[in-house]
Write a protein that binds this ligand. Structure first.
Ligand code: NPQ
Ligand code: MG
Length: 371
């Protein structure tokens, strides 16, 4: 497509309930959306960067600035752009995978709408629905009874898998309490968001008796050697999130024994096309994959569903129903049906924002055109 205009839109969307991790507490999601406008169609992309550079180095103001000054101009050169070419067109700019992913997502959506194909079909999906899991933030009080209430609510809502955020001081006792209350059959895993060091290996081994599906990102992002050593010392399978920045790093991490499971997030690896290559590497090397989440609106959620319907996604992901996060989603809400979420069927993402509601929650909008 010829990109005639790139629209950058900042949106502040209220969360249904505060979301707390070792990175702090979110009450609103301050988002960057990008739209690409071409002669035949337009497409939407969602940037998953958080407010602050605490998960990885990216943050939403930085993503906005690099998109405005360095990324969007490379797509507005007047030449025809295909989704397959976006990563290459942006590759001279180092880093900023979440900003790049949003632009590629928008071009994919526009291109697929023009030809009437769904993103799921384009990526190679083999399912028409995806099993749904939930990520439960740290309880504000760090009290286990508050956690147990949240887990009970998630099970009642029908989620098929529960992930608990853990940190030093809130880990083994919390997991034990959840197992004692909900039993051994609950599909349960934990996410440490890099809060431990290899010195904690003995402590983390105390999670072994609880039959967790996995422990996600226990150590620092750049510490593959540490994760490989930890994986030898604990029985719980090690899953990497923050460490996996491309199909190449995924292959390296799996081959080195740093993980046997991979959390795939398109934003973290620079786009849905690279995310599919991470999936392919996992399949080839025998690692289990699942689809992570970054508090996406219905736009990112739709794209994640398409990705998670690929055959190598063998564990339920962090793709929850819209009402887990939003009082009102930007799109038609995604709902749970027997623990699963149906893929949208239409072309491209298969969903679009409600224009009036989008304007209501927009805080800033700018339109970039060829120089
Ligand atoms: C993870 N996500 O898997 C992330 C981390 C995370 C669903 O657990 C605002 C935006 C707040 C993105 C908090 C889940 C966030 C965020 C945590 C992502 O590690
Ligand atoms: Mg994680």
């Amino acid at each position: 497509m010829k990109v005639e205009c790139v629209e950058l839109r900042r949106v502040s969307l209220p969360l249904a309930a505060p979301f707390r991790t070792s990175y702090g507490t979110q009450h609103h999601r301050d988002l960057l959306l990008v739209a690409v406008h071409g002669p035949e169609s337009q497409g939407w992309g969602e940037c998953v960067a958080m407010n602050e550079p605490l998960y990885t180095a990216e943050y939403v103001d930085g993503a906005h600035a690099v998109t405005r000054s360095h990324l969007a101009p490379r797509l507005l050169s007047g030449k025809d752009v295909r989704a397959d070419d976006v990563a290459g067109a942006l590759s001279a700019v180092k880093g900023h995978p979440m900003a790049k992913a949003a632009l590629e997502m928008a071009v994919l959506d526009a291109e697929l709408r023009a030809v009437g194909q769904s993103l799921a079909t384009r990526l190679g999906a083999v399912h028409d629905r995806v099993p749904s899991g939930v990520s439960i933030g740290l309880p504000s009080t760090r009290r286990v009874d508050e956690l147990l209430d949240a887990v009970a609510g998630s099970i009642e809502a029908g989620y098929l898998r529960v992930k608990l955020k853990i940190e030093p001081g809130f880990d083994v006792d919390a997991v034990r309490a959840v197992r004692e209350r909900f039993g051994p059959d609950l599909a349960l895993q934990v996410d440490a968001n890099a809060a431990y060091t290899l010195d904690d290996a003995g402590h983390l081994a105390r999670l072994d008796p609880f039959g967790l599906l996995l422990i996600e990102q226990p150590l620092a992002e750049d510490d593959l050697a540490g994760h490989a050593e930890l994986a030898r010392r604990i029985a719980t399978p090690v899953c990497l999130d923050e460490s996996i920045t491309s199909a190449t790093t995924a292959a390296d991490a799996i081959r080195r024994g740093a993980c046997s499971v991979v959390n795939i997030k398109a934003g973290r690896v620079g786009g849905y096309l690279e995310a599919r290559r991470v999936h392919d590497v996992c399949q080839q090397l025998g690692a289990a994959a699942w689809c992570g989440g970054m508090l996406e609106t219905g736009l990112g959620r739709a794209a994640n569903l398409a990705l998670a319907a690929l055959p190598g996604f063998v564990l339920p992901g962090d793709i929850s129903a819209s009402d887990r996060y939003w009082r009102r989603d930007l799109t038609e809400p995604f709902v749970l049906r027997g623990g699963y979420i149906d893929l949208p069927r239409g072309p491209g993402l298969g969903v679009a924002p409600d224009p009036a509601f989008l304007d209501e929650v927009t805080t800033e909008v700018e339109y970039l055109q060829p120089a």
